[in-house]
Design a protein around this ligand. Structure first.
Ligand code: PMP
Length: 446
């Protein structure tokens, strides 16, 4: 079908996730992607783009890996799907659970599978409530998270998300959720004090868990200070609250370690994951729980655990995940993420030094951000979306974050990216920022 026809059908029949419906109706689909290879995406009309976001922070091993397609085909021919309910089991899910337990921090060794990040966070919320309930603590059901945190769009995950736009879409935030200040806004000491204040206000005996991303991704790649999670762990221990790390973006090599929380050398009680576990080749996620939680579940759960998705432990998804992890390990992609992250930072710093509209630049592995400086004369200009447009014209797909007063460009390229490709990305970014700066100057002179 030709592009024009596809755009018409798209308008008529396709309600896009997290998109402007008006914009779709006015302008049609922004891009219709036909194929992917490595860090590149090609549209149906033959334009090639660098996928500098790994699509949705998830295509860690890059596009077009036929090894994955082959593994999926073999598994589908053998056993495409079978349930894991009622203790039915199969080898791919068992082996994936074991592999993830081996990779996770030492005390986290049991895995509940889901189909994505939102389901993982809702599952974690329900599992921690269940954990407290079977120990007689029926009131411990509240979830505390951070402002600007993003945890997904299922009902629980939406409420845990600290970006009000997501609650407002369907009316309101559910009760039983509260948000504290994040360390990026106020630093470690004040963020910890804010979490403490929220715990005290809610009533410590009613708080089940703290749910936090090691690096807030959708909030604008906000990297906490080096002492932050040590303090978070101490605070959770002081109140006997469970600490859930949302590693949906940071898991599976994105930050230059297998799990993001390793940078802070602490162990959470639960880890939620998705995205990079299959690099987007199959929708799969999950929750890893500590031995202590697993012991309580084994000893005190009575009857059926009334929580499970049709696709929990999907055999084809599990086979894909195992192959994806094998590729991450065999090709040294976690290490490449660390090294190329440093390269990316070097380039971002050069642009900052040269073009003085750039504020903070930061990376942690291949998760990075460039902030646009607030202009005291005309604040809230929101230039990041304009830089994204300029990048788009130069064949780069990136993402802007403009919540509250932020004006941030995010980067999350495939972990396979090379030094030369980073240099191309940086050059295109430099040109784009320069173009926007020149537009701004001529606008102000008018
Ligand atoms: N948690 C985090 C940290 C995320 O970034 C996302 C998705 N961007 C989610 C949860 C939700 O995952 P999904 O879209 O797979 O439901």
């Amino acid at each position: 079908m030709n592009m024009k026809e596809l755009i018409e059908l798209d308008k008529k029949h396709f309600i896009h996730p997290t998109s402007s419906i008006q914009l779709q109706q006015e302008k049609g689909a922004k891009l219709i992607i036909e194929k992917g290879e490595g860090i590149y995406l090609t549209t149906i009309d033959g334009k090639v783009f660098i996928d500098a976001m790994s699509s949705l922070w998830n295509v860690n091993i890059g596009h077009g890996r036929t090894e994955i397609a082959e593994v999926a085909m073999e598994q589908m021919k053998k056993l495409a799907y079978s349930s894991a309910f009622s203790t039915f089991s199969h080898e791919p899910a068992i082996m994936l659970a074991k592999k993830i337990a081996d990779l996770a921090p030492p005390k986290l060794n049991a895995v509940f599978f889901t189909s994505g990040g939102s389901e993982s966070n809702d599952s974690a919320i329900k599992l921690v409530r269940h954990y407290w309930k079977i120990q007689g603590q029926h009131d411990r059901n509240k979830i505390i998270s951070l402002k600007r945190g993003y945890h997904g769009v299922a009902v629980g995950a939406t409420s845990a998300t600290g970006i009000p736009e997501f609650w407002n879409m369907a009316g309101h935030m559910e009760t039983g959720f509260a948000h504290a200040k994040n360390p990026y806004e106020v630093g470690t000491i004040k963020s910890i004090a804010s979490i403490r204040e929220v715990i005290e206000n809610e009533g410590p005996e009613t708080v089940a868990a703290l749910l936090v991303e090691p690096v807030q991704g959708a909030g604008g790649v906000l990297i906490p200070p080096s002492d932050y999670f040590q303090e978070v762990r101490k605070l959770c221990d002081e109140y006997g609250i469970l600490f859930v790390a949302d590693e949906v973006i940071t898991g599976f090599g994105r930050t230059g370690k297998m799990f993001g929380i390793e940078h802070w050398n602490v162990e959470p009680d639960l880890i939620t994951f998705a995205k990079g576990v299959t690099s987007g080749y199959f929708p799969l996620g999950g929750v890893i729980v500590s031995d202590e939680i697993h012991e309580v579940l084994k000893e005190k759960s009575e009857g059926v655990l009334f929580h499970g998705f049709t696709y929990s432990g999907h055999p084809t998804g599990a086979a894909v995940a195992l192959k994806n992890i094998e590729i991450l390990e065999h090709e040294g992609l976690v290490e490449n993420s660390r090294l190329m992250g440093e390269e990316l930072l070097k380039g971002l710093k050069e642009i900052k030094a040269e073009l003085r509209i750039v504020g903070d630049v930061r990376t942690i592995g291949l998760l990075g951000a460039m902030e646009i400086l607030h202009d005291p004369i005309s604040p809230n200009l929101k230039l990041a979306p304009r830089v994204i447009e300029a990048l788009h014209e130069r064949g780069v797909i990136c993402r802007a974050v403009t919540y509250d007063d932020s004006d941030i460009i995010c980067f999350s390229p495939p972990l396979t990216i090379t030094k030369e490709q980073i240099q191309t990305l940086i050059e295109k970014l430099r040109e784009s920022v320069l173009t926007v700066k020149q537009e701004l100057v001529s606008q102000l002179l008018k």
